[in-house]
Design a protein around this ligand. Structure first.
Ligand code: ADP
Ligand code: MG
Length: 249
């Protein structure tokens, strides 16, 4: 793979549900380290696109390339092995764990067999240090000892994100990470996402335009399954067609 080549290339991606074309020839690329926001009205096809990218929905036409590899017909786990990340839904199982233990579990899962090479005490220290590094700078930094079950909705969202990052993805797919968050929690999430810039590229589906404008390197606008514009924050803000279709004039 060319190190400067796109992380993700989507070409002509299409998904039909009966007579409805939910994604209608979507073409889009993501550069390494880029935060690319995907915006558009309800029903535009944003979640359908994300679900095709992670392998939950099979496209009717088009191709998906991850770091140059055609993954269009690969199952989710194979895409994850190639560097695709998406947030875990933290299950009730993990409610028995603290924040620190949950992150350590994700780190351990990622390290897998490598840890068996070390003695257990050393392995634990390595996992612990990595978990602490992942939590540093997030709103959970001082919450490592708190049971996951006691977290607020916003803290839970952050925990899901940190656990996904433990797998060191090259590309994170985030479908509305700010949904249901209050202003303080949203601001915290913006700070956390901004801090990820050097670690992973992000495709961010989000309705919170303040967050989108604060974070995005580029924005693509999806309307009725079609990308009507892609550009910088300024270009999208000033685009008359976008304002009419989505930003309310
Ligand atoms: P968005 O995330 O942008 O709000 P969606 O991708 O969820 O939009 O939906 C796009 C369109 O596809 C909507 O009209 C929705 O009703 C329809 N749709 C989504 N998923 C399904 C499905 N599994 N079966 C039938 N129609 C669906
Ligand atoms: Mg959606």
């Amino acid at each position: 793979m060319n190190a400067n080549g796109p992380i993700l290339q989507i070409e002509g991606l299409e998904k039909r549900f009966g007579g409805l074309t939910a994604t209608d020839g979507v073409t889009l690329d993501l550069r390494p380290g880029e935060i690319h926001a995907l915006i558009g009205p309800n029903g535009a096809g944003k979640s359908t696109l994300i679900n095709q990218l992670c392998g939950e929905l099979a496209p009717d036409a088009g191709t998906i390339r991850l770091m140059g590899r055609d993954v269009t017909h690969l199952p989710t786990h194979a895409r994850v092995a190639l560097g695709l990340g998406r947030t875990f839904q933290v299950t009730s199982l993990l409610d028995d764990c603290t924040v620190g233990e949950s992150v350590a579990l994700a780190v351990q899962a990622h390290a897998g067999g490598n840890l068996r090479l070390w003695d257990r005490a050393k392995g634990r220290r390595v996992v612990q240090a990595r978990a602490e590094a992942l939590l540093a700078g997030t709103g959970l930094e001082d919450r490592a000892g708190v049971p996951s079950a006691d977290l607020s909705h916003g803290e839970r969202k952050q925990l899901e994100l940190v656990m996904a990052l433990a797998l060191e993805p090259a590309l994170m797919l985030l479908d509305e990470p700010m949904a249901g968050l209050g202003p303080v929690e949203s601001q915290q999430m913006v700070t956390v996402l901004r801090g990820l810039r050097d670690q992973t590229a992000i495709l961010l589906v989000e309705h919170d335009m303040e967050a989108v404008f604060a974070l995005a390197d580029r924005i693509s606008v999806l309307v009725y399954g079609r990308i009507i514009a892609t550009g910088s924050v300024e270009e999208i803000r000033d685009n008359a067609e976008v304002r009419e279709a989505y930003l309310g004039g």
